[in-house]
Design a protein around this ligand. Structure first.
Ligand code: NAP
Length: 248
């Protein structure tokens, strides 16, 4: 039986690259998406065409009912869970904190923080030896923003990623003796569509010169780091944050 990986936000960007690479390494892939069904279906079709197993489920990670439905679909189709990647994340239009409305901040925190908590909870309930599971690994997508702060752009997003890093640290210690490793990856400037959501599709190109390696990163480069943390190669690594940021 293949190892099973659940990737939230697997329809585009880093999540889609991760889904493709995970399938190539033999994982059966369950990916979730928020609204872009055609993009999710295309990733699933590509994996199946390559002989792999894949399932796409629409589920808003900020909604508990959707998360429960996502895990029920995973259980029904694959019957096990070995790896969770909390990848779904959003940012909103660049602005200063003094201009942010409560609803915007609530949306960002609900998706990036509450969503990661709910999915981690469901994964622990399935993986932990305390609950009869056989262990597993979780990787949370943080961001270099957690420690840079994103002033003038999205301090709410940066703060949400700092929360993701603390979730990683605390949960890692909580479940370390129960067969589960929990780590985070903090990407720097990665070329995906998320920057357009902030109102600046060309943001990576604008800031690339300030990166020590003089370029933005690719979704595939982040995916490889995530897969290493999930693998047995990282068997003594838990509670860490791995920067994938070209030195930024
Ligand atoms: P992206 O290209 O914008 O893709 C976001 C993915 O998340 C899509 O699959 C989207 O689904 C899904 N999603 C969004 N809101 C969701 C929700 N409420 N419920 C379920 N799924 C949801 O983003 P990305 O750049 O690949 O980023 C992936 C992760 O890496 C995020 O956590 C992000 O914060 C983090 N990160 C990215 C960068 C970067 O420079 N790109 C840097 C640091 C950290 P739909 O396709 O249906 O919309």
């Amino acid at each position: 039986m293949s190892q099973v990986i659940l990737i939230t936000g697997g329809s585009r960007g880093i999540g889609a690259a991760l889904a493709r690479q995970a399938a190539a390494r033999g994982y059966a892939v369950c990916l979730s998406y928020a609204s872009k069904r055609a993009a999710a279906d295309a990733v699933v079709a590509e994996i199946r065409a390559g002989g792999g197993q894949a399932l796409a489920v629409q589920a808003d990670v900020a909604e508990e009912g959707d998360v429960l439905r996502l895990f029920a679909a995973l259980d029904a189709t694959f019957g096990r869970l070995d790896a969770l990647v909390n990848n779904a994340g959003i940012l909103e239009t660049q602005m200063r904190v003094e201009d942010m409305g409560a609803e915007r901040i609530r949306r960002v925190l609900a998706t990036n923080v509450l969503g990661a908590f709910l999915c981690a909870r469901e994964a622990v309930r399935r993986m932990s030896t305390r609950h009869g599971g056989t262990g597993g690994a979780i990787v949370n997508l943080s961001s270099r923003a957690a420690r840079l702060g994103s002033p003038g752009e999205y301090v709410d997003y940066a703060a949400s990623k700092a929360a993701v890093e603390t979730l990683t640290l605390g949960l890692a210690k909580e479940v370390a003796a129960e067969g589960i490793r929990v780590n985070a990856v903090a990407p720097g400037l990665i070329d995906t569509e998320i920057h357009a959501d902030g109102g600046e599709p060309g943001r990576v190109a604008r800031l690339a010169g300030g990166v020590p390696m003089q370029r933005g990163g690719t979704a595939d480069e982040v995916a490889r780091a995530v897969l290493w943390l999930l693998s047995d190669e990282a068997s003594y690594t838990t509670g860490t944050v791995l920067d994938v940021a070209g030195g930024r």
